[in-house]
Write a protein that binds this ligand. Sequence first.
Ligand SMILES: Cc1ncc(COP(=O)(O)O)c(C=O)c1O
Length: 558
Amino acid sequence: MTRSKMPDRKKVATANLDSMHRVFTVPEEPSSALARIDQHISENLTGFLQDHIVAVEKDLQEVEQVFSESAIPENPVFVSEQTEFLLDQLVAHSVHTASPSFIGHMTSALPYFMVSLSKIMIALNQNLVKTETSKAFTPLERQVLGMLHRLVYQQDDRFYAKWMHNSNGALGSMCSGGTIANITALWVARNRSLPAEGAFKGVHQSGLHRALKHHGYDDVTVLVSKRGHYSLSKAADLLGIGRDSIKAIPTDNDNRIRVDALEKACEDARHNNTLIMAIVGIAGTTETGNVDPLEQVANIAERYGAYFHVDAAWGGPTLFSHKHRNLLKGIERADSVTIDAHKQLYVPMGTGLVVFKDPEVANAIEHHAQYIIRKGSRDLGSKTLEGSRPGMAMLIHSGLKIIGRSGYEMLIDLGIEKARKFAAMIDAEQDFELISRPELNILTYRYAPRVVQDALPLMAEPERKEANRLLSRLTKSIQKAQRNRGKAFVSRTRLNPYLHHGQDCIVFRVVLANPLTTEEILRDILEEQKKIALEDFLDEYHQSLYALLPEAPKSAVN
Ligand SMILES: Cc1ncc(COP(=O)(O)O)c(C=O)c1O
């Protein structure tokens, strides 16, 4: 760079300091530039959210190109410029998860008030790790944990008066989602089952190897149905017991844990001198939404003295419904229960929690530090896996008050009713086959022309396998084509349903948690899938499929 082109360093630095001060200063006038930007963002977001298209058709690779620069910009840009960039490149290509035709994942629609109220959380930027940085937010979070504890465990007023704000215990532990909630629960389970004793300092201090040796076990296991969420494997990995320690118990025809197989696994563990660190029941499996027979699982956990955790990340809020809460009977006997607030509590992403039946059980994972979370303080950080955390509890609190118990009950009842209706629609279709009947608000089905459905049980195994493979290819292709068109979104997964002799098949997966999803929308989604199935690009699969039949039909779809 020649001398004449060198920037005036002093001038740039002064100018930067001025603008830096400006950036951190709360503007006095409401009509400031930032207020105009706020308005612009609101209008743009409203436009995006009012449009019911799920996603615009744009290749992911093209979007990646927009975000491919690795150099950090040297010079600052105006907020207005960055706003335009975000609106054009980020918002415009985001997925509209609140669209009523987005029925494929557990990412819920948000009640719109959450957007306005979340400003309070961002503006105050409280840190829930310690009361010194959160003050009123700490009691609020404890109250939210108390409310959800009560939803599960139904203790009386005296219990909550004693424990809600008590620094000697915790009714729960708030975190960023179901994964961390499950890890926290298994962390408690591990430390509880390998405690300090005499000169032995406990697994938390001395590690797993010495803990097993001291307590006289050869191995350790966690028992959960094969439908268990993969976060449990992450927990096993992190807690040093290894992923192989998660024993996947077979399920019955309705994707629920087989109690006889669970009992047998417990017997085997006892026989092999293996510690059963935890038995995990699922209330709402991720893929099919089924609920384990929690009462029976609780009986087994009790009989074998095992820690009992329920992963109700999805199905927990079913407890709001008088009509359906019975499905979760036995959950109140669990030592801990995971609930994801960003699922059926309709709170923004990044909010999960685990509640503990015994408020003192979480003392098993308690951590202290001198400058923060001191012993005896009410600091929430002493019993959470994460350190610094935002005040998301404020949004759960707002949901619980603004929607209320009866409102959540309505949302749960609507979702289950809609899932049943959608299942009936699929049953009535010639060329779709229901794979898992909804117990909650999740169901799976696949594309399978009627003639093929009728012929499958009569086929020899190699042909049946090949037919199932082709049906999977078809279902997958239809799902991808529908997703790419962007009007609606249904997800897909791979199951091995009993009705196909446990053979793997790819299925559509539907999650019905948006109150704005109408029956008409569901019908349109099926219609679009039927149309895609008839398109030329799928001819080859159909031909191969029909060639497997004793008498090949002429047309692709009846
Ligand atoms: C049953 C179950 N448990 C745990 C999780 C993990 O939750 P998160 O994605 O919030 O970490 C999920 C997520 O789908 C789930 O369905």
